[in-house]
Design a protein around this ligand. Sequence first.
Ligand code: SAH
Ligand code: F3S
Length: 454
Amino acid sequence: MKRLYIQTYGCQMNERDSERIAHVMKSMDYCLTDRIEEADLVFLNTCSVRDKAEQKVYSALGRWRELKQKREGVVVGVGGCVAQQEGSDLLRRVPHLDLVFGTQSIPELPRMVKEVESQKKRSVVIGFQRDASYMEDVEPRVEVNGPKAMVTIMQGCNKVCSFCIVPYVRGREISRSSESIIQEIRSLVRQGVTEVVLLGQNVNSYGKTSPGELTFPQLLDKINDIEALRRIRFMTSHPQDLSVQLVEAFAKLERLCEHLHLPVQSGADAVLERMRRNYRREEYLRKIARLRACRPDIALSTDIIVGFPGETEEEFEQTLEILQEVEYDEIFAFKYSPRPHTAAAKLYRDDVCDAVKKERLEQVLRLQNELSLRKNLQKLGAVEEVLVEGPSRHRKGQLMGRTRTNRIVNFLGEDSMIGRFVSVAVVGASPNSLIAEVLSEENVSEMIDSRGIA
Ligand code: SAH
Ligand code: F3S
């Protein structure tokens, strides 16, 4: 048995890719380790969406030089978006690097690793594929990791948001076949998974480039029919493509969790225009109102960019206003950074200085903290269904789980509760999480019955 260590940067899409890397390397007898010093194969799975991603990768690789010096035969590889972006430059600039694999090249890995091991052959594979087969694993997933599983339904993006590098490093939109998605979810459910997170850069476009394929709302409909699956989530949706059918799905599908991540990026129309986001503030707010009309208890989260080129103080104020108006449950806020290839980097000077970006980011986060805390305090005394994910990261000795609205809940409980649903009463709140007491836990035999395997 050989050992594989993977360091993952970035989004859920990358986390899922790392799971797939581990999965394909199993065929070569590699198993995962979290101790880099004992690994025979070390991979960096990279993200290039923001900041100085390339520099971070080069310096992380610099630190890995000594791994090779200490242990002969260690193989070092870089995958993901920075690999896609930098390609053979990485091999040229980092002499101790053996492999560079792009975002669509995971199935190639066993062959690439074999060639390094047997012939010391360094290689780069970063081509884009024409069909979705590269997203399918040769063998079905053999092990699930807890009650919640990520399922990639599509990759790539055909949008042209001017700040975003994703279309250049993840390629054009490609959707997996609905048949194989459903098959995968059925198999996960048989193995005990009760919550799936459907992943894609813009899931609302699911199927659009595959003639005859289901639309995203139709796919949700089918997944909603899978017995014993309890929760469905998805990310991410572009507001422009949030169709009436998708909004209605929130009213109709009982397994679809009442939570939506709908990145707004900015509250100012002029900035949205420069970002090429193709919707305006009022249109976005109308969609939010429609969603709330369909599902009054829906939780909303969003992404915000501050300091986009040319963002004036007034325009920034409009972003603060939209946060107040929508009252999101959670936000992810970033300072704008110019990315290679993107229209914004070519057309605009990065003219909001870093001190101003920093100040705006702090203002946004301060405001959201207040809003989130207020929302969470309203939950005091409420009874919530929580799917228990594992030990709490921030509260020692406690467990953590999530409500259907994606709120993190910490509570005292037994390890045997992990993977199960518990009913809790909320007794405390902070901006980012709730504190609760367990009222009752679901009976295991009931769960087995409902899965039809008792
Ligand atoms: N649709 C994608 C978006 C990927 S990028 C998804 O699946 O989430 C995630 C977020 O990073 C974006 O919504 C945006 O808020 C932020 N982002 C992207 N490019 C950026 C840039 N150049 N500078 C700052 N933030 C950026
Ligand atoms: Fe990026 Fe816009 Fe697509 S943020 S991933 S180009 S929807």
